[in-house]
Write a protein that binds this ligand. Sequence first.
Ligand SMILES: *[C@@H]1O[C@H](CO)[C@@H](O)[C@H](O)[C@H]1NC(C)=O
Ligand SMILES: *[C@@H]1O[C@H](CO)[C@@H](O)[C@H](O)[C@H]1NC(C)=O
Ligand SMILES: *[C@@H]1O[C@H](CO)[C@@H](O)[C@H](O)[C@H]1NC(C)=O
Ligand SMILES: *[C@@H]1O[C@H](CO)[C@@H](O)[C@H](O)[C@H]1NC(C)=O
Ligand SMILES: *[C@@H]1O[C@H](CO)[C@@H](O)[C@H](O)[C@H]1NC(C)=O
Ligand SMILES: *[C@@H]1O[C@H](CO)[C@@H](O)[C@H](O)[C@H]1NC(C)=O
Ligand SMILES: *[C@@H]1O[C@H](CO)[C@@H](O)[C@H](O)[C@H]1NC(C)=O
Length: 811
Amino acid sequence: MGALPTLLLVFSIFRISIAVDTIALNQVVRDGEILTSAGGSFELGFFSPDDSNRRYLGIWYKKVSTMTVVWVANREIPLNDSSGVLKVTDQGTLAILNGSNTNILWSSNSSRSARNPTAQLLDSGNLVMKDGNDDNPENFLWQSFDYPCNTLLPGMKLGRNTVTGLDRYLSAWKSVDDPSKGNFTYRLDPSGYPQLILRKGSAVTFRSGPWNGLRFSGFPELGSNPVYTYEFVFNEKEMYFRYELVNSSVVSRLVLNPDGSKQRVNWIDRTHGWILYSSAPMDSCDSYALCGVYGSCNINRSPKCECMEGFVPKFPNDWDMADWSNGCVRSTPLGCQNGEGFVKFSGVKLPDTRNSWFNRSMDLKECAAVCLSNCSCTAYTNLDIRDGGSGCLLWFGDLIDIREFNENGQELYVRMAASELGRSGNFKGKKREWVIVGSVSSLGIILLCLLLTLYLLKKKKLRKKGTMGYNLEGGQKEDVELPLFDFATVSKATNHFSIHNKLGEGGFGLVYKGTLQEEQEIAVKRLSKNSGQGLNEFKNEVIYISKLQHRNLVRLLGGCIHDEEKMLIYEYMPNKSLDSFIFDKTRSMELDWNKRFLIINGIARGLLYLHQDSRLRIIHRDLKADNVLLDEEMTPKISDFGIARSFGGNETEANTKRVVGTYGYMSPEYAIDGLYSTKSDVFSFGVLVLEIVSGKRNRGFSHPDHSLNLLGHAWTLYMEGRSMELIDSSVGDIHNLSQVLRLINVGLLCVQCGPDERPSMSSVVLMLSSDSTLPQPKEPGFFTGRGSTSSSGNQGPFSGNGITITMFDGR
Ligand SMILES: *[C@@H]1O[C@H](CO)[C@@H](O)[C@H](O)[C@H]1NC(C)=O
Ligand SMILES: *[C@@H]1O[C@H](CO)[C@@H](O)[C@H](O)[C@H]1NC(C)=O
Ligand SMILES: *[C@@H]1O[C@H](CO)[C@@H](O)[C@H](O)[C@H]1NC(C)=O
Ligand SMILES: *[C@@H]1O[C@H](CO)[C@@H](O)[C@H](O)[C@H]1NC(C)=O
Ligand SMILES: *[C@@H]1O[C@H](CO)[C@@H](O)[C@H](O)[C@H]1NC(C)=O
Ligand SMILES: *[C@@H]1O[C@H](CO)[C@@H](O)[C@H](O)[C@H]1NC(C)=O
Ligand SMILES: *[C@@H]1O[C@H](CO)[C@@H](O)[C@H](O)[C@H]1NC(C)=O
């Protein structure tokens, strides 16, 4: 207790000498105080990741306007009030204490004692403990770069010091507002030949593959680029990956997200926010061991998995049903007999090297000889592919997690029985052979699928896994695995599509409620036979939604095809759609402010997933209150992907002659010029936010004083500082007015006229979860209502009331 007054005294001295990047022995940083690195790149202080009282000590970018935390000290033990202090102790450590007592919540380690311990926040974002002015990194007592959280900053090492045993790895946050350790880690695995491995708990979800001198085998796109340089160091003392920025004024980081995606994102500016540069896993072939042992994955092929040449499915029935997990076995088993040799496979990601052995000085010939001489050796290749190749890498046991790349794949020599070698002629330099064999057997699989479908229709079994092959826009063929329900079951579940079971009308037909035998409630969307665009929208929905999975997207349980009938079966949402609440006088009372806030957050996350984190990267194009469903806990689920579109990695904007969407939610550039991008979804999201806050529809909004629509009304109130008047009177008491005003501000930023002015969904999610100052919104697009002539956009040709409309050549 005696220490307390001293602490406070020291603090008041410190306060005078603030604006520094350093604190010395017994000095403290109190909650509310901030250290700034000398070059002004990073700040250190206490923060809350959401609106709670949980306080963490962290480091964040100073120059990035959306609060982006790169390191957290007490990630597992937040303070519950603002009494926290960071202190340099006389043991040469950093400690976080609760100001009111001397409990140590968190402390750094120190390898040795120091006479004059000092903590400094370096401009690299590294918080270091040093002795006096000893700036030699070798002599640091401790540094935050040795204890990464979810972010790898330039200069940080991802990997191990084999002498000290220090293992620096990334671990994701539990969720965007909870920095404690989540389930995902990204770590350099030292067994065999080292590779970076992404794990969920202890299960491997993705691996980088071994370093081949130029890049990791699984990152064919890694190469010289304008943003960063990188290296992999592997010697007797250390093994690690590290990158440096080419231009130090660029802001770029590698982050492991709570959903297990590892991404490189670059900061552009306040309006664009963080932009995705690259991401892993990048597609389903990156899912660890998708095709099992000796199976090979090719994302451009359908089905994706095939056994390698000389191998056949272990369980052919499962394999044909797209259950590839048991992998493949040799057509001719190995007996370690004379005459065994190797078949060369080209263009692959090297298999898992956790059970491998290497020698840097052997050449490929010696490598082959060593492999052949050991009966458990199954494959070999060059360790380093530079200068024609050098070194030797050998595999023992089954080969797993192999995929094919269009470019920058590697060569792999796989051991085969003598008879297999004879079959494929000479075994050296046969490049395309495997690929030819591949396409023949995929024909076989298509035939099997056809037979299977016929069989299923005959046998009328309940739910079986089946395949629906559809063409995506642009002619790219997509196969979709979907459990198939038989017609009798669905018909029975919906009381033979009784009118009493009708729930409503979806994009392409009627929706019925049904109950399966096991009491499971379902929603059945039935494609109406005379719906023109309906079939396309049906296919679109199947393709997209079956590939997406997120808490805030509605889940597809299966499909049903019977003669002309086509149906989709979803989980049932007892609370129906959002519009049935917010625009209804009585039901809207059930949505207090807190619920509305959670709903908006959920929609934002669902949309962020579509835009950025999902494999397909999707623009929804028809986001509206009617398309947001609510489960029993009022968790919002985005639905109706009938007119959604996928967009490629670099593509951010597309043009269409067929303008489809819903009046009141469509952005000006889309409605007028047919241009759609993620920013058109952001616009619709903004409209939705303002509708949820106000309880009024944008479409059909009227006000006695003016002819503005809801957007114009909200903006006028905002500009006059009267935003609170927008709030729906049925939300009841508001405990957090600043949160509501903040949401209105975000909503208005999203509906700004120019697409470039609107924030990205990742910025929106950050804005919703931080207290950073928000920019002032500019004039919204389409802000005048009915009967007005002075509109900022032409609304002439639209009609309909909350119904999705289609227009050809919308000009
Ligand atoms: C904060 O509150 C939580 C839950 O009430 C508790 O588990 C945690 O130990 C508290 N932390 C501190 C530092 O008091
Ligand atoms: C920190 O101090 C506050 C206020 O004195 C107290 O409520 C809280 O329990 C303390 N937490 C710990 C972990 O000591
Ligand atoms: C400090 O060292 C101990 C024992 O070596 C270890 O358990 C702990 O995780 C370390 N803490 C930090 C913050 O490095
Ligand atoms: C982590 O994994 C456990 C067990 O698999 C699961 O219950 C939990 O929900 C997961 N947590 C997160 C944040 O995904
Ligand atoms: C570094 O980036 C900044 C900001 O993007 C740019 O203004 C500057 O010209 C770049 N410097 C070099 C050397 O490329
Ligand atoms: C690696 O290969 C070289 C050349 O064949 C040999 O001299 C050396 O002993 C090998 N190293 C190991 C660890 O086997
Ligand atoms: C083959 O290699 C394995 C793994 O390195 C080793 O355990 C085994 O002793 C070797 N067998 C022979 C015969 O050299």
